[in-house]
Each structure stands twice: as C-alpha cells, then as structure tokens.
Design a protein around this ligand. Structure first.
Ligand SMILES: Nc1ncnc2c1ncn2[C@@H]1O[C@H](COP(=O)(O)OP(=O)(O)OP(=O)(O)O)[C@@H](O)[C@H]1O
Ligand SMILES: [Mg+2]
Length: 292
C-alpha cells in the first residue's frame, strides 16, 4: 500500500468517526433490522411452534411408493395419534424420522433448524428423538433398576459410562420414573420375569431416562391386557406436555382415551386429520380403514 492511499484511508476513517451517531430514526422507521435469534447447540428451536416438520416426503421400495408426498407437523408437547390401514406407511414414516430409512425426496426437520436428513440414526437419538419399537427390547437378565441405569449410561457414551455412578439427582429421577412407569414395586425384579405390558413400560422408562424431546411409539399397547392398556393411556397423558409424542396404534378405544389430533395415513400420505370423532365420520376413512 502506498503512503498516499494510507493517508486517504485515515482521512475517511476520521470523517466517519466525526459523523453524529444515528438518532434511532432510521430509514426503516426504527423497526428492528430483522428477525434473528441466537442458535444454541443441542437445543431444539421451537420458536416457530413446531417440534417435527415433514414436507413432501417420498420413499419407494423397488418402485412401490411406501411414502408418497407426506406432509405432517407436530407441536411441542403434543400427543399426536397416527392411525391407518396395514401398509399405510406408519412404521416407514418413523424409520425416516429416526434416520433408519433415507427418503428419496422431501424435508424432515426437528424444530426449525435441525435438518434430520443430515444426521444418522445414533445422532438423531442423541438429538433427543426416542423410539419405541413394537417388540419390547429390554435386557432380560438385568433387573428393572439396572435396565434404567444402563439406559442413562449408554446415553452418556462409552467413555463416560466406565466411571459412571448415579448421583443423587439421578437416583431421585430413577425413583420418580419408576412410579411414572408403574414399576416402583418391581425395581429389583429381573426384566425377563415381567409381564409383556411391564416390559413395554420398562422400555419406555429407558427411553425417558434419556429425556427425549420427541418420543415415537409404534403400536405400544399391542398384546397388552385391558388393564395394562388403561395404565399405558394414563402414562402417555402424564408424559404429554413434558415431551412431544407420536403414537401409532390400531386400538381405537386406546386412541379415544389419549387423542387430541388424529392423523390418518393411507398409501403413504395423510388422508384425513382432526379429532377422532371427525376422522371417524370421514367417508374416505371409513372406506379404507374403519369399515362400514
Ligand atoms: N425395507 C422395506 N423394503 C421393502 N418394502 C418395505 C420396506 N419397509 C416397508 N415396506 C413396505 O412399505 C409399505 C408400508 O409399510 P409400513 O410397515 O410402513 O406400514 P404400516 O403402516 O406400519 O403397517 P402396519 O399397520 O401393518 O404396521 C408396506 O407395503 C411394506 O411392505
Ligand atoms: Mg407398522
């Protein structure tokens, strides 16, 4: 840089500094310059009122469109029920959300900033999406307590789990959780000796140890007794608000107990949505699913 250029630069800088500060009445009339927020890593941004957002998602298996331009969103704290005939794409939708299946096209967001299609299955679990498959997958040889403890350890990663001990806050949490999942009296029992329903609750408890923001539950009451089903409904109603839940079920009386908004899937896309009464009265839903 030449001395004359340096002089010119210094002159411009001084002239700028001497300018009066803006009075607040700017060309935009004093409005904020733009909408912005500070992104916090690890936090799900729900400022737009949506925890999960799917738009125009499609996936084909050997030319068969299992998911076909599916668009659906869920509000934070909502308990959304999903119903629909066999093969409608309900499980495949959960596979897509959790990173098990890659869609051919479409958008899948967790909050408004996390693009789930850029993450793999373990990352998505770490981000705060828990999934319950239909079959209970608990460690049968371990006690109820050990299963819950293990769930917390696993979430903390292998290195941390080597020196892991429950602190008192975590022990309190386990105690509270045991009540929530109706297993407070079975804490030392082998998981293998629990009933089918109790195993399901334990697995839900294991997911809750990881404090998921969104829980996906695929046919959670299949194979349960009526009493277990009723207690599961109670459990889901207590989880609602603290977590967002997406529940796929065929059991209509269970859906009736827990549902607010029900989404009906058919042929890989949304056929109808509304209260259970609304969708049950929908001719197209009766035709493809509920029967006459
Ligand atoms: N990995 C896969 N490969 C091939 N076809 C698949 C695969 N996954 C799902 N499908 C097909 O996609 C369609 C949707 O299946 P999906 O399991 O999502 O249905 P669903 O709504 O969960 O049904 P159900 O109520 O019986 O559980 C089915 O026709 C199924 O055979
Ligand atoms: Mg299924």
């Amino acid at each position: 840089m030449t001395p004359d250029l340096m002089e010119e630069g210094a002159r411009i800088r001084e002239a700028r500094a001497a300018r009066p500060a803006p009075t607040g009445k700017t060309e935009s009339g004093g409005r904020k310059a733009g909408f912005s927020r500070i992104a916090t890593p690890g936090e799900v941004d729900i400022t737009h009122g949506r925890i999960l957002y799917l738009e125009d998602v499609s996936v084909s298996f050997d030319g068969f469109k299992a998911i076909n331009k599916l668009s659906l969103d869920i509000a934070p704290g909502e308990l959304r029920c999903i119903i629909g005939p066999n093969g409608a794409g309900k499980t495949t939708m959960m596979d897509i959300i959790t990173g098990k299946t890659r869609p051919d096209s479409g958008t899948v967001f967790f909050g408004s900033t996390i693009d789930l299609l850029r993450h793999n299955e373990p990352q998505i679990a770490q981000l705060g999406i828990g999934r319950k498959f239909q079959k209970p997958t608990v460690f049968e040889q371990l006690s109820v307590f050990e299963n819950l403890e293990l769930a917390l350890k696993t979430h903390k990663g292998v290195a941390a789990s080597m020196r892991f001990r429950l602190d008192s806050a975590q022990s309190d949490r386990v105690a509270e959780l045991l009540h929530t999942i109706h297993l407070a009296d079975s804490v030392r029992r082998m998981a293998g000796n629990l009933s089918h329903g109790q195993k399901q609750w334990l697995e839900i408890g294991m997911l809750l140890m990881q404090d998921p923001k969104l829980l996906l539950l695929d046919e959670p009451v299949a194979g349960m007794t009526d009493e277990e089903t009723a207690r599961t409904a109670e459990l889901f109603l207590t989880l609602k608000g603290k977590h967002s839940l997406m529940v796929v079920e065929h059991d209509m009386s269970f859906i009736k107990t827990i549902s607010e908004i029900v989404t009906v899937l058919c042929d890989g896309s949304v056929l109808a949505q509304g209260t259970l009464d609304q969708v049950q009265a929908d001719e197209r839903v009766i035709e493809v699913y509920l029967g006459r």
